[in-house]
Design a protein around this ligand. Structure first.
Ligand SMILES: NC(=O)c1ccc[n+]([C@@H]2O[C@H](COP(=O)([O-])OP(=O)(O)OC[C@H]3O[C@@H](n4cnc5c(N)ncnc54)[C@H](OP(=O)(O)O)[C@@H]3O)[C@@H](O)[C@H]2O)c1
Length: 232
């Protein structure tokens, strides 16, 4: 049976992907920090295994992957939602926390997983449209996600035949936006929807469908695939 690990898979895009892949017959393990989210994930998707693990903790990562053993596909959906805002007033400590919350945990998780990944398997990271959208207020987010995207084609060459790709979503309705209150969130979504060709913001399934394709299509490699409804 195909074994898949989703780092940061206890909510949003990661959890939707876990459900989809488990429905297709894979053995899926998701990781996350919050016990509450782990419990909610177990309830929402009883077929998956949910393990408490902080991808910022290298020792814990190495122990986890050693315990888990060989597996086929690694998907990373970790994020901190920090580092956004106009550059002139951007708190650089917030941007630093953004790198600590996304960039470094991605690299640490991938390095710890590599000895255990099937050479014919894959790594899929989830970056963000901010890396290319050139939207004011997203310079910091673009730096975090752009840095990850730039590594993808190089790692594809270094790690071959193991594949590595990035899936780059636009605005997706998940807990990522919970730094806004309910009213702010719906106002922001309404505003963003006007700049999206399909006229709506995305849902986690819009992204998980593409992730599933990237994981299983053995001819997609070293690339960044957009799923953003046509950002204008
Ligand atoms: N939603 C959007 O509009 C959007 C747009 C573009 C890109 N993205 C990207 O898509 C990815 C998934 O985001 P999402 O929208 O699905 O957000 P989400 O619902 O907040 O999911 C993030 C997941 O990562 C986990 N996580 C965060 N830090 C972790 C750590 N150090 N160790 C282990 N787990 C960790 C969270 O659980 P715990 O907090 O409990 O650990 C949660 O399960 C992120 O990389 C995000 O940047 C999202």
């Amino acid at each position: 049976m195909e074994k898949i690990i989703i780092a940061g898979g206890t909510s949003g895009i990661g959890l939707a992907t876990a459900k989809l892949l488990a429905d297709k017959g894979a053995s899926v393990t998701v990781t996350g920090r919050s016990e509450e989210k782990l419990a909610a994930a177990r309830t929402a998707a009883p077929g998956i295994t949910a393990v408490s693990l902080d991808s910022a903790n290298v020792t814990a990562l190495k122990e986890f992957f050693t315990r888990n053993g060989q597996f086929h596909h690694l998907i990373l959906t970790l994020s901190s939602a920090k580092g956004g805002g106009p550059f002139a007033t951007l708190d650089l400590e917030d941007l630093r926390a953004g790198f600590e919350g996304k960039f470094w945990p991605h690299l640490q998780t991938i390095q710890a997983a590599l000895p255990w990944l099937d050479k014919n398997g894959s790594i899929t990271i989830i970056t963000a449209a901010s890396s290319t959208a050139k939207l004011p207020g997203t310079a910091g987010l673009a730096a975090i996600n752009g840095a990850l995207e730039l590594m993808v084609p190089i790692l594809a060459k270094e790690l071959k035949p193991l594949r590595i790709n990035a899936v780059s979503p636009g605005v997706i309705d998940t807990d990522w936006w919970n730094f806004l209150n309910k009213e702010e969130k719906s106002a922001a979504f309404e505003n963003y929807a006007q700049g999206i060709a399909v006229g709506r913001i995305g849902n986690p399934q819009d992204v998980s469908n593409l992730i599933e394709t990237v994981v299983h299509n053995s001819y997609i490699n070293g690339t960044v695939l957009n799923v953003n409804g046509g950002l204008l």
